[in-house]
Design a protein around this ligand. Structure first.
Ligand code: SAM
Ligand code: SF4
Length: 328
């Protein structure tokens, strides 16, 4: 058995968070994410099986990574996702299992997901206007998503965070409305700056969230605060603690020096940074019968490849990989 020492990269950052993409497919085509006619999917035989995913998660957990998020593509399109979540959340060392979803299938799956050990949910929602949401996601899904959110709340998920990608001339004018909706339902709103991932990410109308932060602070009387989750968002909260808004600002104020995460794509590639190509293929090793100790050592050597920071601002045209391929 390998001697325990927590996973740490060359820059002294502790890796305690793995984002796990279980599919690169999606039932939406968000303008900043998947290109409209996108069909460059991984072949099913190249998807990691549940057994293989479990081995990778167990290895990370052995090396001190305790927090895992299931994502995609749209993770609820992967058959028996709750079955996978049950297996992962019962592994030794896994203390936090969360899910990111677009919410279209949430109403149907929420109860099983809650029982599976997933506690925290992030749901993407860029507009409360049906027509506008349709033009952003190319799907008519507002009613389904809102229903999914209410069912998830009734099932006891806490917190439920709403991820809103803010786009110039598209939904910028809806931020206050979205904040009021979230405050009313007890959801945490998180505003996200678009990242130049692929042509879609580059062409979606980046908005600097810093002035918006000041505007919301004044409008709702918010103060600096903390919200459970440990991610890169910086939060403003209402003085009574009832409402909160997070700001994810990879462009205007990046947070690379505290980056604690890596990503596993559906084909078993570890991506060490959202904005760089540094990667390490685990699937061939898993299918070659690698032992647990060898897997731990391979992951440790992969972590050595984690770059210091992204270069979204300096080299916005660099990345052709869109978010749904990496696992956002
Ligand atoms: N399909 C699920 C969803 O939409 O929540 C999970 C995967 S999605 C890729 C995860 C997150 O990435 C979403 O909140 C989405 O808004 C965000 N995202 C996708 N492309 C982005 C981009 N270019 N810039 C910023 N956020 C992006
Ligand atoms: Fe699908 Fe999520 Fe990408 Fe939208 S952001 S296209 S829902 S993977």
């Amino acid at each position: 058995m390998t001697q325990f020492s927590p996973l740490q990269d060359r820059f002294g950052r502790r890796i305690d968070y793995l984002r796990l993409s279980v599919t690169d497919r999606c039932d939406m085509r968000c303008s900043y994410c998947m290109p409209q006619g996108f069909s460059d999917y991984e072949e099913p035989e190249d998807w990691l099986t549940f057994d293989e995913i479990e081995r990778v998660v167990a290895s990370f957990a052995r090396m001190g990574t305790s927090r895992f998020r299931i994502t995609g593509g749209e993770p609820l399109l992967r058959r028996d996702l709750s079955g996978l979540a049950v297996r992962l959340s019962s592994l030794e060392g896994v203390t936090d299992m969360s899910l990111s979803t677009n919410g279209t299938q949430l109403a149907r799956h929420a109860a099983a997901l809650k029982k599976s050990g997933i506690t925290r949910l992030n749901v993407s929602l860029d507009s409360l206007c049906a027509e506008r949401l349709h033009s952003i996601t190319r799907r008519d899904a507002l009613a389904q998503i809102l229903d999914g959110l209410l069912v998830a709340k009734a099932c006891g998920f806490e917190p439920i965070k709403i991820n809103m990608v803010v786009m110039a001339g598209v939904n910028e004018d809806e931020i206050e409305t979205m904040a009021e909706y979230c405050f009313r339902h007890g959801f945490v709103l998180r505003l996200i700056e678009t990242m130049p991932m692929g042509e879609t990410g580059r062409n979606s109308g980046y908005v600097d969230l810093q002035p918006i932060r000041l505007r919301l602070q004044a409008r709702f009387g918010l103060v600096d605060g903390l919200v459970r989750g440990g991610g890169p968002a910086r939060y403003l909260v209402s003085p009574d603690g009832a409402g909160s808004i997070g700001f994810i600002t990879p462009m205007s104020q990046h947070f690379c020096e505290t980056c604690n995460r890596v990503r596993l794509s559906v084909d078993g590639t570890l991506y060490l940074c959202l904005g760089q190509e540094n990667q390490f293929a685990l699937r061939p090793l898993l299918r070659d019968g690698i032992s647990d100790d060898e897997l731990d050592a391979a992951i440790r050597s992969a972590i050595e490849l984690k770059p210091e920071r992204h270069e979204f601002r300096e080299q916005p045209g660099k990345l052709i990989r869109v978010m749904s391929m990496t696992g956002g």
